[in-house]
Design a protein. Structure first.
Length: 371
C-alpha cells in the first residue's frame, strides 16, 4: 500500500529552524542566559513530591490562571494558558481562523503566525512594514485590499452571492517584533486598533524587555489579545508555558478548542511558583537591558548597522557583503547566532540574543575576528 502524501501547504519557511550546533556560546534562539533561581527549583521539587501524579491535573488550571491574573491585575476568566505561547497562538487560530477566514501579518515578523494560520487552513493577508520595520499607517488598508482581491480570485463570478471582502479575523502585531526587536510606537498601535476589523493580537513574547505593554490598552479595546511566555524572562523555555490575557469571551472560545488536560500538573505548579520570583526576574531583565545597550554600542563601533531593539536580541548588519560568511566564522569561534540573511527583506542581517557579559564578550571577540 502506498502511504498518502502529507499536506503540501504547511511547510515552514526554508531556513526557519536554527541549526543545533555544538558550540560554547548559544545566542541564536532568544533564550534567557541563566537558569531559573535555585529557590524556585527547590520549591518545584517539593511540589512535585506532593502533587499526586496518579491523578489528572486541574482541567482549568485554576490556581495558575489566578496567579497570572494577580500578576497582571486581571481576573482568572481573562487568562488562558497553554504549552508555550506558540500553542496559545495555535488555540487562537483554531478558535477564530479556519477555511474562509483570514489573518493579517506585517512582515518581516515572527514566521509562526503565518505558519500556524496555514496549518489551520486560514488565509494569510500580508503587508510589508516600512523601512524602519514599523507598521505604517496604510498597512491595514493594504491587507484589506488583498482580502478583497483574494475573494475576487477565488470567486470571480460571485458564485456565493456576496461580494464581501475577506477581512482579517485576527491582526497580528508582534511588539517588540521578532526578528527586528522593534517596539510598535503608540500611534502605530492606535492606527491598527482603530482600523483592524477583528481581534488584534499583541504578541509580547519579549514584552518585559520593553518600556510599554499593550496590556495597558485592554480597557479601551476588548478586541485586544495580549500573548506572553515564560520562555524568555522567566528562564523556562524548556518548560513550555505561555498565556493570553483577553476578554473572557475570547478565552472561552480558546478553551473550547484545546484538548482536555493539555496542561500537566507539574507545569501548572511551576508557572504558579515562578510568579513568586517576580523581583528576581525584574532584576535579570534590567541586567539584560543594560547589556543590550552595551552590545548595541559595541556593534555600532564595529561599523555594523544596528536596528534599535526593545527585546532581548539585536538585529544587525555587519559592514561586509557576506553576512553568511560572518555567521560561519562566528561558528568557528564557537558562537552561534541566528542567520536571517536569507529571509525576505533581511539580506545582510544576523540576529544575536543578549547573553551574559562573558557570552557577549565572546561574541564580540568572534565578530572582530570575522571582520
Ligand atoms: N512569539 C514570538 C514573537 C517568539 O519569538 C516566540 C519564540 N521564538 C514565541 C512566540 C513562542 O514562544 P514559546 O512558544 O516558547 O512561548
Amino acid at each position: 500500500m502506498t502511504l498518502p502524501p502529507p499536506r503540501a501547504d504547511v511547510v515552514l519557511m526554508d531556513g526557519y529552524h536554527s541549526p543545533r550546533l555544538d558550540v560554547k556560546v548559544r545566542l541564536n534562539v532568544n533564550e534567557a542566559p541563566e537558569g531559573p533561581p535555585a529557590a524556585f527549583l527547590e520549591a518545584l521539587e517539593r511540589e512535585i513530591h506532593n502533587s499526586g501524579l496518579n491523578r489528572y491535573p486541574d482541567l482549568s488550571a485554576t490556581a495558575l490562571r489566578e496567579a497570572i491574573g494577580a500578576h497582571h491585575g486581571v481576573r482568572r476568566e481573562e487568562v488562558f494558558c497553554a504549552n508555550g505561547s506558540n500553542e496559545v497562538l495555535q488555540s487562537l487560530l483554531l478558535a477564530f481562523g479556519g477555511p474562509g477566514r483570514a489573518v493579517a501579518v506585517f512582515s518581516p515578523t515572527y514566521a509562526l503566525h503565518s505558519h500556524i494560520a496555514a496549518i489551520t487552513g486560514t488565509a494569510v493577508l500580508e503587508a510589508e512594514r516600512d523601512e524602519e520595520f514599523l507598521i505604517h499607517a496604510e498597512a491595514i488598508e493594504q491587507v484589506m485590499a488583498r482580502g478583497a482581491a483574494m475573494l475576487a480570485e477565488s470567486d470571480p463570478r460571485g458564485a456565493f452571492g456576496t461580494r464581501r471582502a475577506v477581512n482579517p479575523v485576527i491582526t497580528f502585531c508582534c511588539s517588540p517584533n521578532n526578528p527586528t526587536g522593534r517596539l510598535e510606537p503608540d500611534d502605530r498601535l492606535d492606527a491598527v486598533l482603530a482600523r483592524a476589523p477583528g481581534l488584534v493580537v499583541a504578541d509580547e513574547a519579549y514584552g518585559q524587555f520593553a518600556p510599554r505593554s499593550a496590556l495597558d490598552r485592554r480597557g479601551e479595546h476588548p478586541e485586544l489579545v495580549v500573548v506572553r511566555t515564560f520562555s524568555k524572562t522567566w528562564s523556562l523555555a524548556g518548560l513550555r508555558l505561555g498565556y493570553a490575557v483577553a476578554d473572557p469571551a475570547v478565552i472561552e472560545a480558546m478553551e473550547r478548542v484545546t484538548l482536555p488536560y493539555h496542561l500537566d500538573a507539574i507545569k501548572q505548579a511551576a508557572g504558579r511558583l515562578a510568579l513568586g520570583f517576580a523581583d528576581e526576574m525584574r532584576a535579570r531583565v534590567s541586567r539584560l537591558v543594560h547589556e543590550r545597550g552595551r552590545l548595541c554600542a559595541e556593534l555600532s563601533a564595529l561599523g555594523c548597522s544596528v536596528v534599535p531593539s526593545d527585546a532581548n536580541f539585536i538585529l544587525f548588519s555587519p559592514p561586509v557583503s557576506d553576512a553568511k560568511a560572518v555567521w560561519s566564522s562566528l561558528v568557528e569561534h564557537s558562537v552561534l547566532v541566528r542567520d536571517v540573511s536569507s529571509w525576505p527583506r533581511l539580506a545582510g542581517y544576523l540576529r544575536v540574543t543578549v547573553g551574559t557579559p562573558e557570552e557577549d564578550d565572546a561574541f564580540l571577540a568572534g565578530l572582530r575576528a570575522a571582520l
